[in-house]
Design a protein around this ligand. Structure first.
Ligand code: GDP
Ligand code: MG
Length: 131
């Protein structure tokens, strides 16, 4: 996902360019917006964390871009491309280093396992939206 503040700042094209240049194939792509309820359900795993309410409000605050990406070793390679959660810790040349505002508003989301990638893909896309 390209998160609300990165879309609002006009960075969706540049971020998609970095993803495509990074060797990822776009399987599905959508411009959409989460309700608070949907954002809460997407981030259910973080329910017990102190920033959950803030995270849900933020993710529902504006439109986002969601995608399913394919590549050998996609999950790990995408985490490498986006960089650490906190942009202050993110390596040079990563998406978060270039575009994140803060640890909270960090420009992009990446799945943390192949299993969660499949669940998150199903959250946003039907079969006929995948190519
Ligand atoms: P990620 O997998 O690198 O995105 O990081 P996590 O799974 O640990 O956290 C999920 C998301 O919650 C992050 O991408 C941030 O948007 C947000 N987040 C993480 N830590 C904090 C925090 O300390 N405060 C706030 N407000 N948000 C946070
Ligand atoms: Mg995570």
């Amino acid at each position: 996902m390209i998160k609300p503040e990165a879309v609002a700042a006009g960075n969706m094209g540049k971020i998609l360019d970095m993803i495509i240049n990074g060797g990822f194939k776009v399987i599905a792509l959508k411009y959409t917006r989460l309700s608070r309820q949907e954002a809460g359900s997407f981030y259910e795993v973080h329910k017990e964390r102190p920033f959950y309410g803030e995270l849900v409000d933020y993710m529902a605050s504006g439109p986002i871009v969601v995608a399913i990406l394919e590549k050998d070793n996609a999950m790990e390679d995408f985490r490498k491309l986006i960089g650490a959660t906190d942009p202050a810790q993110a390596a040079e040349g990563t998406i978060r280093k270039n575009f994140a505002e803060s640890k909270a508003k960090n420009a992009v989301h990446g799945s943390d396992s192949d299993e969660n990638a499949a669940l998150e893909g199903d959250f946003f896309f039907s079969g006929r939206e995948r190519f």
